[in-house]
Write a new protein. Structure first.
Length: 103
């Protein structure tokens, strides 16, 4: 059972946001949620570069929304997802030792 929360006056909950805003927040989270790299220096550099690249794209998308508040944002989440699909993880990801991975 989910805990209940009494909403304070002026409080905005995620569920109260319009669907396109919820979708945009989910797309931003997906774009910035990368698996940890292996401990290899090249993998760590690739992780950092990919995170920077994705964060830069997301920042531009969000800046556009704040600069042009009257623009329809219903497709922005799909645009972010399409763009990050072109920015896949190419580095070796960290595997915990208990899973047979490295330390």
């Amino acid at each position: 059972m989910k805990p209940t929360h009494e909403q304070a006056p002026g409080e905005v909950t995620p569920g109260a946001l319009p669907t396109p805003v919820q979708d945009l927040l989910a797309a931003v989270s997906e774009a910035l949620d990368l698996p940890l790299p292996s401990i290899d220096d090249a993998d760590e550099r690739a992780h950092y570069a990919l995170l920077q690249q994705r964060a830069s794209y997301v920042r531009i998308q969000l800046a556009t929304l704040t600069d042009y508040p009257d623009v329809d944002m219903s497709g922005d989440a799909d645009q972010i997802r399409a763009q990050i699909a072109d920015m896949p993880v190419t580095y070796k990801v960290f595997e915990h030792e208990a899973d047979g991975g490295q330390r």
